[in-house]
Design a protein around this ligand. Structure first.
Ligand SMILES: Nc1ncnc2c1ncn2[C@@H]1O[C@H](COP(=O)(O)OP(=O)(O)OP(=O)(O)O)[C@@H](O)[C@H]1O
Ligand SMILES: CC(=O)N[C@H]1[C@@H]2OC[C@@H](O2)[C@@H](O)[C@@H]1O[C@H](C)C(=O)O
Length: 400
């Protein structure tokens, strides 16, 4: 037997595994590294987050990724080169972080790598006959495995599409396994570049879970902040938006996208919600003269309103009237976004930190849980719920 297969077999049979979960999201702020101890599988999964770090991307790294990120036309050789380059970069970031933590690579059983989404094109977005849902993540897993010497599981989203999904959101699986509680209807709301939420029913019946993207979280705020205030990556503590006023005219134009009329569940990305989207809404509504502060205030309300509307519409459709919200993702640190959400949604808001998982680390932790399923789970039946196919995901890369 190949030694690596023997090692994988041994890891799969362990009662608990040490898994590094990696996430590099649409905000391009850096690589989230969550070092987790994972016990059990499926609904018996339990996770302890041992260490967490976000290794920030330098301006050079951000600029290289932005050359192809969510663009219609790209330098194609660069796509191929960045795929290898980012895998190498992520591997070196992992090794440096493990060294800082005093953890030897040999102590780590698996790496679970999301990679970097550079194109997310569900059919509803690309609309091309003869083609289905499509998504592409770069930062190749073989490079991570060879450079770190750790078995790496990556490219999780393709199996989801192969099994009938849109390749996202994948959060629902890990949310269900580690963050649900019998007797409580819970909404796990992730305020990332794109916002999404998982609904976990009080019954904890896997056939009743639900997940969808809702539209922009921080992505438009970040893009417009970079445009208006060169040198700033985001509207820290909503400092600019808090000085502005909401324009109802621009807000109405922003709401006009067909995305908001698509049925749930659905997914999206910066391919749709980008600076051009805002400029077109301004042109269509004659609001080009608004101050940067007013635009940011309006965009913050746009995110909050579309998130709240999605939660209210989807829960009403499922006849759910009470639920608690648990927030994660960088937007939970945006006071205007969170205050507006609190006004629009009549429920209790808490961070997922209260459930033992740091809000900033949640998505990275969830990929560790997905990798755990790849090697030792994969038994859950989510019924025929749209967007939640019953599959274990990811491709396995061996170090040699
Ligand atoms: N103090 C703060 N004030 C306002 N916004 C903040 C603050 N801290 C973080 N953010 C927002 O959170 C973003 C980072 O969020 P996060 O890391 O969850 O995104 P991501 O993982 O890239 O997104 P996605 O979930 O879409 O992949 C920043 O770009 C910024 O918009
Ligand atoms: C294609 C893609 O990378 N989608 C991301 C993005 O960021 C947030 C939202 O859009 C979500 O659908 C997804 O990530 C999380 C981790 C998910 O799949 O649950």
């Amino acid at each position: 037997m190949n030694d690596n297969i023997a090692r994988l077999y041994q890891i799969a049979g362990k009662p608990e595994r040490h898994i590094i979960g990696l996430m590099s999201g649409t905000s391009l702020d850096g690589l989230d590294i969550a070092y987790c101890q994972v016990r059990g599988e499926g609904e018996s999964t339990a996770v302890s987050l041992l260490r967490f770090a976000t290794v920030p991307y330098t301006d050079d790294v951000k600029a290289r990724i932005r050359e192809i990120f969510a663009r219609q036309l790209v330098d194609f050789p660069l796509v191929a080169m960045l795929n290898e380059w980012l895998g190498e970069l992520h591997a070196s970031m992992i090794l440096a972080t493990l060294a800082e933590w005093g953890v030897a690579p040999a102590e780590v059983d698996l790496i679970a790598s999301h990679g970097q989404t550079v194109m997310h094109a569900p059919k509803s977005l690309h609309g091309r006959e003869g083609y289905g849902n499509a998504t592409l993540q770069i930062g190749d897993g073989d490079h991570i495995a060879v450079k770190t010497g750790i078995i790496t599981i990556s490219d999780f989203r393709q199996k989801h599409i192969a099994a009938g999904g849109e390749g996202a959101p994948l959060a629902v699986y890990g949310d269900f396994y580690i963050l649900g509680k019998v007797g409580e209807n819970r909404i796990l709301m992730n305020l990332g570049g794109i916002a999404n939420f998982t609904y976990l029913p009080a019954s904890m019946n896997a056939h009743e879970v639900f997940v969808t993207d809702t539209g922009p979280g921080n992505t438009l705020l970040d893009a417009c902040t970079r445009r208006f205030f060169p040198g700033s990556d985001y509207d820290k503590d909503a400092a600019h938006a808090l000085r502005g006023a909401v324009s109802d005219t621009l807000l109405a134009a922003l709401m006009a996208s067909a995305f908001f009329r698509e049925p749930f569940p659905k997914t999206t990305g910066p391919e749709l919600f980008n600076v051009d989207y805002v400029l077109q809404a301004q042109a269509a509504s004659g609001t080009q003269d608004l101050s940067p502060e007013d635009v940011l205030a309006t965009l913050t309300h746009f995110s909050a309103r579309t998130i709240a509307a999605a939660v209210l519409t989807a829960t009403a459709g499922m006849q759910i009237d009470t639920f608690d919200v648990y927030m994660s993702g960088g937007g939970m640190h945006n006071p205007l976004l969170v205050d507006t959400l609190r006004q629009l949604l009549p429920c209790r808001f808490r961070p997922t930190d209260d459930l033992g998982i740091l809000g900033d680390a949640k998505e990275a932790v969830l990929f560790a849980v997905l990798a755990n399923e790849t090697v030792s789970g994969g038994h859950s039946d989510f019924g025929r719920r749209l967007g939640v196919p019953s599959v274990a995901m990811g491709k396995i890369s061996l170090p040699s």
